[in-house]
Design a protein around this ligand. Structure first.
Ligand code: ZN
Length: 164
């Protein structure tokens, strides 16, 4: 029995400290950092640039109410840009009606978004954010249409639409 316990402890302790190292930085980071120095604003600077609602989504990884965004029903041809830094993120030809109440896309413009895993709802989800300013956009799921099978579920407030 003693031998069994000590063997368990031997395995458990290094595993726990390993997990601590992995999960600690995720809890500390409320939002993703900008990849470009010129978009690395402080909290107060972002607050001055954005509306309170948009700040909550982009910088605190908030989620808007389903069916609250006009962009959910946007059907015109054009480009959806990051509401934080104006980087083009999605094209209207990759947009589809997912029925979720959030603007949904089956692919992003190449290199425009980066992902990380978040545990806000306990179950791991894949968060994605603008690759330039780090602003939170939404979550990506694997239940989208072909050819990618992806569903980028985006907050409308995190986007601005520029029609062609
Ligand atoms: Zn951005």
């Amino acid at each position: 029995m003693n031998q069994f316990l000590s063997r368990r402890t031997f395995i458990l302790i290094p595993t726990m400290s390993f997990l601590k190292i992995i999960f600690k930085p995720m809890q500390v980071l409320a939002s993703s950092l900008a990849s470009k120095e010129e978009w690395n604003f402080s909290k107060d600077e972002w607050k001055a640039r954005l509306s309170p609602e948009t700040y909550y989504i982009l910088r605190e990884e908030g989620t808007e109410r389903a069916f609250s965004s006009q962009l959910n029903n946007e059907k015109r041809k054009g480009i959806f840009h990051c509401a934080g830094c104006d980087l083009p993120l999605f094209s209207s030809d990759k947009k589809y009606d997912s029925g979720t109440g959030w603007p949904s896309f089956w692919d992003s413009i190449q290199g425009s978004v980066e992902t990380k895993v978040d545990f806000k709802l306990i179950v791991p989800r894949t968060e994605y954010h603008c690759s330039r300013c780090g602003g939170h956009q939404g979550h990506v799921f694997n239940d989208g249409p072909l050819p990618t099978g992806k569903r980028y579920c985006n907050n409308g407030l995190a986007l601005t639409f520029v029609p062609d």
